[in-house]
Ligand binder design. Structure first.
Ligand code: GLY
Length: 256
């Protein structure tokens, strides 16, 4: 059950955000704001209180608040984003985290460790961590040590093709997991009810569970159908402008 969500409004500079898909074009800022409004409305419909942080023009990718922090049942971990242009976002998320957590509940990934929240997938009290271009071995070592200090656990998952772990695999609670591409046959996930996402809808593997509702990106009928057939209530949100920056539904919020 989530009670709170933190989001940050997209900034105008988002058009300069990092992307591996320049062929999709630059995001339309006004459209991104409208999509962000719909995202917030969908979250509210799921019964959470939404803290909306102001746009930060210094960081083009700063609407993707999932990366500079990871929030667990026991503690909040300020990460050390591996993308240089995003690293400073960790200092800007901290005041928001301090509104919900005391100092002894806040932990930090320190250099040379790097870690981004998009590489962290929570399954109960266990956290899968993707070793990616943004999250390194030392970051994972620190992260797992922090988890264990708080009575939680973590394990590494290697990834080769996608940006972040949750680009391709997302847990929907109740044993259900959406898997695409390189994650379809990962032995780590064999124990879950894996729902394979067709390649042409791979982007929509990034859905989020919020209190028994699953928010699904609009325009991916096979994924929508699969999630509905698992018995969840579905809310569709168009994320086309965030997709242009490799961003998805999970990247846009911290849920706790
Ligand atoms: N554009 C989001 C990211 O690369 O982190």
């Amino acid at each position: 059950m989530f009670n709170n969500v933190i989001v940050r409004r997209p900034c105008r500079a988002m058009v300069e955000g990092i992307t591996s898909n320049p062929q999709l074009g630059k995001p339309d800022y006004e459209k991104a704001l409208l999509q962000h409004d719909s995202y917030i409305a969908a979250l509210k419909e799921c019964g959470v209180a939404v803290t909306v942080l102001p746009a930060d023009e210094r960081y083009p990718d700063s609407c993707f608040v999932e990366d500079p922090a990871v929030i667990t049942r026991k503690c909040a971990i300020i990460t050390n984003p591996g993308a240089a242009s995003r690293n400073g976002e960790k200092d800007e998320i901290l005041p928001a985290i301090r509104k919900f957590f005391t100092e002894d509940q806040i932990e930090y990934i320190k250099s040379p460790g790097t870690l981004e929240g998009g590489d962290v997938m929570m399954v109960g009290d266990h956290f899968y961590v993707g070793r990616s271009v943004r999250t390194n071995e030392e970051g994972i070592r620190q992260f797992i040590a922090i988890l264990e200090k708080h009575g939680l656990s973590g394990s590494e998952v290697t990834l080769e093709e996608v940006l972040h772990l949750k680009t391709g695999v997302n847990y929907l609670e109740n044993g259900n997991m959406l898997v695409s591409g390189e994650f379809v046959h990962k032995p780590e996930f064999a124990q879950y009810n894996r729902v394979e996402i067709p390649e042409e809808e791979a982007y929509a593997a990034n859905c989020i569970w919020v209190n028994d509702t699953v928010i699904v990106p609009e325009g991916y009928p096979a994924v929508e159908k699969a999630v509905r057939s698992l018995g969840y209530k579905v809310i569709l949100v168009d994320t086309s402008e965030f997709r242009k920056l490799d961003g998805g539904l999970s990247c846009l919020s911290l849920r706790f």
